[in-house]
Design a binder for this molecule. Sequence first.
Ligand code: KG4
Length: 340
Amino acid sequence: MSDIILGIESSCDDTSAAVIKDGFLLSNVIASQQVHKDFGGVVPELASRAHEVNIVPVVSQALEKAGVKPEELSAIAFTRGPGLLGSLLVGTSFAKAFGLSLGKPIVMVNHLQGHILANFVKQYDKENRQPSFPYLCLLVSGGNSQIVKVSSPLEFEILGQTIDDAVGEAFDKCSKMMGLGYPGGPIIDRLAKQGNPDRFKFAKPHIQGLDYSFSGVKTSLLYFVRDEMEKDPQFMENNKEDICASFQKTLIDILLDKLVKAAKQTGIKEITIGGGVSANSGLRERIEMEGKKRGWNTYLPEFKFTTDNAAMIAIAGYFHYLAGEKTSLDVAPVSRIADF
Ligand code: KG4
């Protein structure tokens, strides 16, 4: 008999539901929230209200697109955390109520584990290359910058992580301060393609081990732009492509430096990336380039699986389900990974 899993993701500002059957994707519906655009960042209270509006239509659409009736589901996987508590409450409560009404088990998923396992979502019309264990995942998003060693679908260890800002935050905050817009990652990525990455230099951190830091490079960029604007008010407008290209290159250098170190230390040559920043075209190119140079097998997720999506939650839930795990109905969401 087939295992059919409904995945539900509501940890930040995207409401998403997906259905997978024996690991193959049948549907993946994402409702992105537009209410935050005017604020230059996600407003938690508005996010949870929008999830409340979106959750029923998004799940209905995912089931309909998949051609699956609710009673055919084997289990309902949902993001328990980390993320915004009010947002997580909507997905968690929905999963509980739906599971209870259908008499189906629910399975909680760590959001980060979803990103780490995104490469295992199989698609009927695709090649479906998957890393073999153990592999390293560079997990880079608006809330995380980590190097994770993944030993099996359910076993992972964080080898290094940011001690301050996440790399996505560096993209977002700098873009906002430079007046370029929100979210900053895709905007800087687009402008960087037209600029000279070697024109400007920004300070790089000197952090021991495999940990990251992005607050220094962020400050370095902001002081540089402020000083130049005092001399020439048109500086930003006339040089934004070069500034973005140079800044993006600095962030990528920092990310790659520790990833190369981690690969050397562990002897692991299977390399994946995940999280919203893994959509960055410069980062993807560099990973491929380093991979060729160093004999790595690299696995880059499709764009639709880089940012928050329920397909990755469904696949992680599937692995938990196969391991016989079921979550009790008195589960509560958690905002921090440490509380998981
Ligand atoms: O994983 P994700 O969707 O969720 C959060 O962690 O919130 O990641 C969102 C982050 C944002 O910081 C956004 O600017 C960044 O991913 N991002 C990118 C790109 N697309 C999204 N950063 C760099 N280049 C991109 N193309």
